[in-house]
Design a protein around this ligand. Structure first.
Ligand code: NAP
Length: 348
């Protein structure tokens, strides 16, 4: 079995990749994690063909150790923990170190380069997407001599309806309300379960996947579609209230003046380059509302993964969606624990 290093393997996206690769029985998986004792790391380590290696994405010695001896790599750096400059630097270093360590196939988990696709207009500056898009361009520019590379470009997770920006608020009358700046633009959503299958296909099909940017999505939906699907599936009333960015930002900001890497907590080092969450998220909403991204090739996705989840409705039924929050993302989990610890300590 060939060994694949998965960076971000304990995260919402990466763990789906770990599971599918390990189950394929063609690949062994090595996960880079800061804490091999976390419950998510331990759950994954209990699967056959999965091992853990402690280390950081933002440490070059750790990256050398992590890439040493593996056949392939699947890399999703975490822009919500690393600041923009660090993600850019370590994103590029990860690729260079993989070349140095003779990795044979490299998959970069990317997002659309919103600033570039928005004709370099600053109002579309969504930090986490830009950084990944810049690194995508860098990776593809190195060509396919030697180490092969593929890009897996994702879009907002469908699971953000469970945890994150798209969770509605339950009202006392039993209805669910989404308040956000969505307009009539169709936003692509990707069901996380399928990310693993597309990644396996990329590893398995190098003649087609080398140099490919595989853009994946499950369905393109407006918030009106989300509300209607929710009511159809759950028989509960759903309402969407479209807010201006000025109305929305104070309601949604994780904490006042949160930086984009807010998972790292309020005390992270900042400098002139550090963008605020509110600036970046404004770019995110403008970009998706205006449908600047173009559409994924659904025929190609159907060929690669015939059993993919095909619609929001299918996903809602599959996960038993009821509008209530369920933890999916790893980053905020750490913050929630930190908050609880400091609350406990302040009571002592
Ligand atoms: N939310 C969305 O809809 C969406 C869509 C597409 C792409 N993305 C992108 O996905 C990335 C986040 O991944 P996720 O969604 O899987 O988030 P997540 O569930 O919060 O997981 C974060 C992952 O990053 C790892 N990590 C963070 N800092 C690290 C460090 N210094 N060294 C080693 N590992 C580190 C964590 O590992 P340990 O804690 O085990 O070390 C964990 O595996 C972001 O860059 C985001 O832009 C998000």
């Amino acid at each position: 079995m060939k060994e694949i290093l998965v960076i971000g393997g304990t995260g919402a996206q990466g763990r789906m990749v770990v599971k599918v690769l390990a189950q394929s029985k063609q690949y062994r998986v090595r996960i880079l994690t800061r804490n091999s004792k976390s419950s998510r790391a331990q759950d994954l380590a209990s699967l056959p063909n999965v091992t853990l290696m402690e280390g950081r994405q933002d440490n070059q010695k750790d990256l050398h150790r992590a890439f040493q001896g593996v056949y392939g790599a699947w890399v999703n750096t975490d822009g919500f923990s690393l600041n923009e400059k660090d993600e850019l630097f370590y994103g590029i270093r990860a690729y260079e170190i993989a070349q140095q360590e003779h990795v044979q196939h490299y998959i970069w988990a990317s997002l659309p380069y919103t600033l570039k696709y928005g004709n370099w207009d600053e109002k579309y500056y969504a930090v986490h997407a830009n950084t990944k898009g810049r690194i995508r361009d860098f990776v593809l520019a190195q060509g396919q001599e030697g180490m092969k590379s593929s890009i897996l470009t994702t879009v907002p997770y469908m699971e953000m309806l469970l945890d994150g920006m798209f969770v509605p608020k339950e009202q006392t009358d039993g209805s669910f309300v989404w308040r956000n700046p969505a307009t009539t633009g169709r936003i692509p959503l990707i069901a996380l379960e399928d990310v693993g299958h597309y990644s396996l296909w990329l590893f398995d099909n190098i003649p087609e996947s080398a140099g490919l940017d595989l853009k994946i999505a499950t369905e393109y939906v407006t918030f009106e579609d989300i509300v209607n699907t929710f009511t159809r599936v759950t028989h509960k009333k759903g309402i969407h209230k479209s807010l201006s960015l000025e109305e929305y930002l104070p309601l949604a900001e994780p904490f006042p003046n949160a930086p984009i890497n807010w998972y790292a907590g309020p005390d992270v080092a900042r400098d002139e380059s550090t963008r605020l969450w509110r600036e970046s998220i404004s770019g995110f909403w403008r970009y998706w509302n205006e449908e600047l991204d173009g559409f994924a090739n659904m025929d190609l996705l159907d060929r690669i993964h015939p059993n993919r989840i095909k619609s929001l409705e299918e996903w809602m039924k599959k996960v038993g969606y009821d509008g209530r929050m369920k933890p999916i993302m790893k980053g905020p989990e750490g913050l929630r624990r930190q908050k609880m610890r400091s609350k406990r300590n302040s009571k002592l």
